[in-house]
Design a protein around this ligand. Structure first.
Ligand code: SF4
Ligand code: SF4
Length: 281
């Protein structure tokens, strides 16, 4: 179990606890300000990513002090975790609304509107967090409805997330001042600040999933499709036996490789049951 499961989930997966999505948490004025600032000032995300790039080139002793400090701060403000589609399904089982909105990262890094983010809420309608976002005058919210936010049925949202998975995007769930949990994103390394920070710059802003992928040698035909979609460089190819292998030390447990395998050769297992990866987050 990751640190958040102990702190915010009583030893169970924190993002499957309905109380972490509750509207009560939105009465905290600091949280409301954090959400407002986050969506109103997308440029700050760009600045942070640039700072991390600089930090990634700093001497080891500087990084060894600054990285844990900054990661600790980030955990209090905005932190995520990779999760597979079956856990997204569980979340959609208890939240009452799902609203699709443009991704802030793609807006910053690509300058385009890409609707890869989903706000979730336990409120009868869209919830306070989405109301706050709706009130911010953001020029990037220019989607099919004039307010830029699209209310979806849970079935529509799941269908959409399955498509993202087929496109090779990794599902992640996000806090806005933990334990409040308000969004599910679909990330890739080329244009997602969180993935770049975590994987490229060695500054983790999200935990690995509670799972690790394992591959059945008997079923694998060596097509290497799974290798092409793994965002974390966790899959290698053995020319000797003409099959791939999965490195549990690198695997984030997203399950994207599984979705791409036509031989059903890849399955996810509980991280806790894979000793070499059990304490890797
Ligand atoms: S996609 Fe499936 S069959 Fe192809 S290499 Fe990967 S595990 Fe093997
Ligand atoms: S090996 Fe599969 S489950 Fe692990 S990180 Fe890569 S794509 Fe995700």
């Amino acid at each position: 179990m990751c640190e958040f499961c102990h702190k915010h989930g009583e030893g169970k997966k924190w993002y499957l606890q309905a109380e972490n999505y509750s509207e009560d948490l939105m009465s905290d004025l600091k949280r409301r300000k954090m959400i407002t600032d986050f969506f109103a000032n997308p440029g700050e995300l760009r600045e942070l990513t640039d700072k991390l790039l600089g930090l990634s080139k700093a001497p080891g002793f500087v990084r060894s002090v600054l990285v844990p400090y900054m990661v600790g701060r980030q955990k209090k403000v905005h932190y995520g975790q990779v999760l597979p589609i079956e856990d997204v399904e569980e979340i959609f089982g208890f939240v009452t609304s799902v609203v699709r909105l443009p991704c802030l990262c793609r807006h910053i890094f690509l300058g385009t509107e890409q609707r890869f983010c989903y706000g979730v809420s336990m409120a009868p309608q869209e919830g306070e967090m989405l109301k706050i976002i709706r009130e911010i005058d953001m020029d990037y919210l220019t989607g099919p409805d004039t307010s830029g936010l699209e209310a979806l049925t849970k079935e529509e949202a799941l269908e959409s997330l399955r498509q993202h998975e087929q496109e090779g995007l990794c599902h992640t769930v996000w806090t806005f001042m933990a334990p409040f949990t308000g969004g599910i994103c679909n990330c890739d390394r080329s244009d997602c600040g969180a993935m770049q920070a975590t994987v490229t710059y060695g500054f983790p802003v999200m935990f690995r999933a509670e799972y690790v992928a394992e591959m059945d040698q008997e079923l694998c035909n060596g097509c290497r499709q799974c290798m092409r979609v793994c965002q974390f460089g966790a899959i290698g190819y053995s020319a000797a036996n003409k099959k791939v292998f999965i490195d549990p030390l690198r695997c984030y447990g997203c399950g994207i490789c599984r979705a791409s395998c036509t031989k059903d050769a890849i399955h996810l297992h509980d991280r806790a049951g894979v000793p070499v990866a059990a304490n890797l987050w």
